[in-house]
Design a binder for this molecule. Sequence first.
Ligand code: ZN
Length: 279
Amino acid sequence: MNEKFIILTTTGILGDAIKNIVKGDAHVDVVSLMGPGIDPHMYQTTPKDVQQFRRARIIFYNGLDLEDKMKDLLAKERKAYAVSEAINKAQLLFEDMFPVGIDPHIWFDVKLWKQVVGFISQKLQEVRPESAVYYQNNTLAYMEVLEQLHQSVTEQIQSIPEKQRVLITAHDAFGYFGKAYDIEVVGLQGISTVSECGLQDIKRIVALIIKRNVKAVFFETSVSDKSMRAVLEGCANYGHEVVVGGCLYSDALGAPNTLAGTYCGMVRANATTIVNALK
Ligand SMILES: [Zn+2]
């Protein structure tokens, strides 16, 4: 019996990138440990995951301590690659509030994600030379799709009047998104969901919403909405009306077979939610 070549990823977002590279290759299985709605900052390895690590032939993870609680296991795994290594230091966002001092949410700048896809494709071509040409062709086709996605998100966000371009979310997952698509991003909780949001943070955001007359704030699928509800309450106490613009996908894909079940779908869903609420 021919055993399958197992490619393991931490996040589903990475799994989706790989599915677009290996596309239906019957000799390969793509396994992602974190499903829809799972918060990677808090994710703890299960005994079943450890078995998956053993079975996997190659492992991809985000790195920059996104998988904070798994980092020791990942660091000692020789067949594991941190995809954030694909990105040039100058393109990373340095943020003191994160343990390694760098924002790990690199997937929300589609241009950076293209570099990650190229990096993964290269590694897969090395470990599966018999499929290298196939992977290479699939990668080129997917790069086109990503380029179009980048263009359309750029246009969508530009359609929001400049002074209304303020994105207020539960945690700072959208720093790269903001930089790439020219929208100011304010997170309630800091970059990692591990750090709790304090009363001071809530007061600061309420003041900002009132001062800038912000129309909407956003929930996130993989983060508790508790702090954001406190912000809404705070605004109401001052008689300032602000609505929930919707729920954004930040650190995890949507359910399989839904619009946001793929990387492209997730980015598109977010852009549409943001534009509809802020425009
Ligand atoms: Zn995050």
